[in-house]
Design a binder for this molecule. Structure first.
Ligand SMILES: [Zn+2]
Length: 91
């Protein structure tokens, strides 16, 4: 397993991760957990593919974003969250 990290001026980190996108999310969560950083959450970026965003808990509401209660996916509206969350019930 290899990973590479690049940092640009806008706090965007580029990782090359040889594994599933979802395992990378688990890894990020674990890193936060292990560092007792519990006021940050890992969410998927809706605009770009294979991109995670790490948000401070309080910032989410400020941005008008909603999180899926099950997987933490970022939803732009109540409706979107509702539709998305329904999918979890059918799995
Ligand atoms: Zn979800």
């Amino acid at each position: 397993m290899s990973s590479r990290c690049e940092v640009d001026s806008s706090s965007m980190y580029l990782f090359e991760f040889n594994g599933y996108f979802s395992s990378f999310k688990g890894l990020l969560k674990l890193i936060l957990q292990n560092n007792s950083i519990d006021d940050y959450i890992v969410a998927e970026d809706l605009d770009s593919e294979n991109t995670f965003i790490i948000l401070k808990d309080g910032d989410i509401e400020q941005l008008g974003l909603l999180l899926c209660d099950f997987c933490g996916l970022v939803c732009a509206s109540e409706e979107e969250k509702y539709i998305h969350q329904r999918a979890h019930y059918f799995i």
